[in-house]
Design a protein around this ligand. Structure first.
Ligand SMILES: [Zn+2]
Length: 97
């Protein structure tokens, strides 16, 4: 069963609890009586950064085999990160997706 970290809003204590992936509470009660809310657990997801969650992705706007990109099996360019996206789109003169 995966472990989830909850952080108490009152005493800042971090509580680790194990829950079924189907029954993850949004918050648990802390020993101090406060409410501990779920933290994003490091390592549980491939990418937990809110701004970069769409990376990597396959671009449908860039030409096949676009310079500076790895490609998927169909030859479509794969954008690895926001920085990569900036570089590639700027280099090729495309607006960002
Ligand atoms: Zn507490």
């Amino acid at each position: 069963m995966p472990a989830y970290d909850f952080k108490c809003d009152t005493c800042k204590r971090v509580i680790e609890e194990r829950h079924s992936i189907h029954q993850i509470p949004a918050s648990v009660e802390c020993v101090c009586g406060g409410t501990a809310t779920k933290m994003l657990s490091i390592g549980s997801a491939v990418n937990t950064q809110p701004c970069s969650s769409k990376y990597p992705y396959v671009s449908r706007r860039l030409p096949k085999n676009a310079a500076g990109c790895k490609t998927d099996t169909a030859g479509r360019p794969v954008i690895q990160s926001r920085r990569h996206e900036d570089t590639v789109f700027k280099t090729l003169g495309y607006a960002r997706e």
